[in-house]
Ligand binder design. Structure first.
Ligand code: ADP
Length: 152
């Protein structure tokens, strides 16, 4: 069975992430959306909220799982016996950043990183833009799946 993890912070999950996951699942038998937990990072949404948003979004698709992890992504892959990392590419800046991570991961473990180019319609979306829109009371709903809601 071909399994991949799709790692990230997902603070919060966006329509851009959903696009990569939905297209990725045509290539893999199972995708594990893996939330990396970094204790020094300040998140807008708690880990529980981020997990819930993703679970609710993909509740009808048993091929999409969700897990959380700490430490190196390749170590997590080894722990759960996954051989592929899925990542999305939006622009040249993403490419340069992802290239160095993928090379480093490849040095550390025999795990392949598979990249999907974003769909044109969601290529401008990032979690940081969504957080900015939320902060200033903008209409963030267009940028995220329906499951993402903010507590007032
Ligand atoms: P990180 O904390 O690693 O930046 P993110 O949650 O921001 O995590 O992103 C996780 C993955 O989703 C990355 O591969 C990123 O390039 C990809 N991604 C983020 N936004 C989009 C988008 N709009 N379209 C496609 N891929 C995206």
């Amino acid at each position: 069975m071909k399994r991949a993890i799709f790692p990230g912070s997902f603070d919060p999950i966006t329509k851009g992430h959903c696009d990569i996951i939905e297209r990725g699942i045509t290539l893999f038998d199972e995708i594990i959306v893996a939330i990396g937990v970094n204790s020094t990072k300040n998140y807008m949404f708690s880990l529980e909220e981020r997990v819930k948003f993703i679970k609710d979004t993909f509740k009808s698709n048993p091929k999409i799982k969700i897990m959380t992890y700490q430490g190196l992504t390749v170590d997590f892959c080894k722990t759960i016996d996954v051989n592929f990392i899925l990542r999305g590419l939006r622009n040249p800046a993403d490419f340069e950043f992802e290239k160095s991570i993928a090379h480093t991961n490849r040095d550390l473990a025999p795990i392949e990183t598979v990249f999907l180019l974003t769909s044109a319609s969601t290529s401008y979306i990032s979690s940081s833009i969504v957080r900015e829109v939320i902060k200033y009371n903008g209409d963030y709903k267009k940028l995220v799946p329906e499951s993402v809601t903010i507590k007032l």
